[in-house]
Design a protein around this ligand. Structure first.
Ligand code: ZN
Length: 274
């Protein structure tokens, strides 16, 4: 029985060579979550699919979508390539990391329309000039429940009140107010500004952000704290994050945590995607 091709909408999140003339194109689709499509003949000269499957293209496509294994990409109906990640290596790194992280949180084929919208809003936000590192922070915080970590960021995790300065406590599972600071000697000692942004980031709709101005010190503190939460409680560390950590664009007062399972100077030449 011939399989029927269907229309779908998606964002290309990666593309890699496959066999002699083909390529594998991974989409975050609106309908099916992450799906990997084989694009036959993509590497042949003048292949029509070549121009419409660059990473960070959003479009309407036609393909055979299979529940298991590789789906098959047939054609594109209309596409838009987001230019920012193409033009700037740092923005590209953050965009790659953001989609890698979403992918680690959800199995391929699980419909995640909310995260499709967030991914699309990230790309639109980058086009509007929003800070890529801050967008990554927002996604990181909003992804925590999907990783099974749902920190209390609304009120104090111990007394449920919201009338005192807050700090973050891993042992309490979120924010704790100053009444209980003595209970956790390992609380993060985060600044009020950083706590403010963590709370904002947990509920903000990226599509509605016009601009974000976060000073470098707070940015570095957010990076350090979110790294610590990920390192201690999530454990997801995509390869693309390693590159971001190596960029070294940090405030001198704050250093990112060393990558898990890797020395900071670990730059093996055989470190390619598989
Ligand atoms: Zn409290």
């Amino acid at each position: 029985m011939a399989e029927a091709a269907v229309d779908f909408t998606g964002i290309v999140v990666s593309r890699q060579d496959y066999r002699e003339h083909d390529a594998l194109v991974r989409f975050l689709t609106q309908q099916y979550g992450f799906k990997t499509f084989i694009a036959r003949g993509l590497k042949r000269p003048k292949a029509k699919l070549a121009g419409v499957t660059l990473p960070f293209t959003l479009g309407d496509y036609v393909g055979v979508v299979r529940a298991q294994g590789l789906s098959q990409l047939r054609t594109a109906k209309g596409t838009h390539l987001f230019r920012q990640p193409m033009a700037d290596i740092v923005i590209n790194a953050y965009a790659t990391y953001i989609f890698d992280l979403i992918r680690m949180a959800f199995p391929e084929g699980q419909a995640i329309p909310k995260w499709y919208d967030i991914g699309k809003n990230v790309l639109l936000g980058l086009d509007r000039g929003l800070d890529a590192g801050i967008l990554a922070n927002i996604v990181e915080i909003q992804l925590l429940p999907a990783f099974g970590v749902a920190p209390q960021l609304r009120v104090c995790a111990i007394c449920g009140r919201d009338d005192r300065p807050m700090d973050y406590s891993e042992s309490a599972g979120g924010l704790i107010c100053s009444r209980h600071w003595a209970q956790d000697p390992h609380r993060f000692h985060a600044s009020a500004k950083t706590i403010y942004y963590m709370r904002r980031f947990s509920v903000v709709n990226i599509g509605q952000i016009q601009s974000i101005k976060v000073n470098n010190t707070t940015k570095a503190e957010l990076r350090t704290i979110i790294d610590r939460i990920y390192s201690d409680t999530v454990g997801a560390y995509p390869r693309s994050k390693r590159f971001i950590d190596s960029l070294g664009q940090w405030n001198e007062d704050f250093k990112p945590l060393p990558p898990r399972n890797a020395a900071p100077n670990d730059q093996r030449s055989d470190d390619h995607d598989d």
